[in-house]
Design a protein around this ligand. Structure first.
Ligand code: NAD
Ligand code: MN
Length: 366
């Protein structure tokens, strides 16, 4: 039985609170299902930078990257900024260092959660490209100026091909559990040269995946459909900044950031974190909704299960998902979902809703 090594980076604000919550659930899974996990903890945060000037380095990321996966809380504080005026947050460095080009952000309306829109059946996966697009110029030489500043959007064929391959294979995998099997590209090829190339590569990859339906919308209209007709979406794929925004609109449809997990993955590395940030407005009060982080930990187990052919991990992931679903349906409910529960109440409820056992006959003896 494989012993997994997980690097944990709690970060700032509610990051450490929701990471503790996810570790409590994982700890219970270890006890119940024979999962074996070793953790190494890495104390990087905007707060550490403010106190000591220390930030994550390439050597740190090399070391962290030897783990089987990274579990990441949230990083960044609005008033902690580097010399260029940008916030500190290791998530952006890690995406570049590990070549994490796709952020998978599943969004599903669970029973018991109210949506601000009329749609009943919101079940989509937003895939945000995370290595180029509008963030491509982050490492560019830059002359500080008070008069003008720019960023650039760069799209490459190589990243598009990998990204759209992921989108179509995710659509195929989702179809096995009842979704339509469909990919929508959101883009702005009417006005951005980079997006003309993105659209062209999308058409080529779509043509190689004829068993999966596809559609394309301009990002502006596509963003409106997110709100007026979200049921039309299954897998949605787009560039970096569009994906950042659209994935949070999508999260808003299903209860908000407190229930929105994510997985930043390449073909070799995975960083699993909630879609939300450090939420300084509620940090330190023990009231953050841990659901997004717990679901991100489940995505980590699902990813490990696929990579290592380990059914025990995949089934544990399903067990956690079911426990989260039943907690959302019955409560206790965190404040962002209209309830009064503290973080700990939600964690306790999820733990007590975990199945007593998972069957992993398929891996017995392996
Ligand atoms: P945020 O996601 O931290 O918070 C937005 C709103 O959602 C806040 O009202 C917050 O209270 C609420 N919220 C978020 N997560 C919640 C949870 N689990 N339970 C209950 N409510 C929750 O975004 P922000 O306020 O724009 O940014 C705060 C800081 O986080 C900034 O420094 C930003 O740069 C950083 N940030 C980090 C990441 C990351 O680590 N990947 C992502 C986004 C923002
Ligand atoms: Mn965001």
């Amino acid at each position: 039985m494989k012993n997994y090594e997980i690097a944990v980076i709690p970060g700032d604000g509610i990051g450490p609170e929701v990471v503790d919550a996810a570790l409590a659930v994982l700890g219970e899974c270890e006890a119940r299902y024979g999962l074996t996990v070793d953790y190494t903890f890495h104390d990087f945060s905007a707060d550490l930078y403010r106190r000591t000037g220390r930030k994550i380095t390439a050597a740190d990321m090399d070391e962290i990257g030897t783990a089987d996966a990274v579990l990441f809380g949230a990083m960044g504080l609005p008033d902690v900024r580097g010399p260029e005026g940008l916030e500190l947050g290791a998530q952006v460095e890690m995406r570049a260092h590990y070549g994490l080009f796709s952020s998978l952000r599943p969004v599903r309306l669970f029973p018991g959660v109210e949506s601000p829109v009329k749609a009943k059946n919101v079940d989509m996966l937003v895939i945000r490209e995370t290595s180029e697009g509008m963030f491509a110029g982050l490492a560019d030489q830059h002359e500080p100026s008070d008069e003008s500043a720019s960023d650039r959007m760069t799209i490459t064929r190589a990243t598009c091909e990998r990204l759209f391959d992921v989108a179509f294979s995710q659509a195929r995998a989702r179809r096995k559990r009842g979704t339509p099997g469909h990919v929508t590209l959101l883009h702005k090829s009417n006005a951005l040269r980079s997006n003309v190339l993105m659209e062209r590569v999308f058409d080529e990859v779509a043509a190689r995946n004829e068993d999966i339906g596809s559609a394309k919308f301009y990002i502006d209209a596509g963003a409106m459909y997110m709100v007026t007709d979200p049921e039309r979406y299954d897998v949605v794929v787009t560039e970096n900044i569009f994906g950042d925004i659209v994935s949070e609109i999508a999260a808003g449809l299903v209860g908000g950031l407190g229930v929105a997990p994510s997985a930043d993955v390449s073909l070799t590395h995975g960083v699993f974190q909630p879609s939300h940030g450090s939420a300084p407005d509620i940090a330190g009060q023990g009231i953050a909704n841990p659901t997004a982080m717990i679901l991100s930990a489940a995505m980590m187990l699902e990813w490990l299960g696929e990579r290592h052919g380990d059914d025990r991990c995949s089934q544990t992931a399903q067990g956690i998902q079911r426990a989260v679903e039943s907690t959302l349906a019955t409560g206790p409910r965190a404040r962002d979902l209209g309830g009064t529960a503290d973080t700990r109440d939600v964690v306790d409820a999820v733990i007590s809703a975990l199945p007593q056992s998972i069957s992993h006959a398929a891996v017995a003896g392996s």
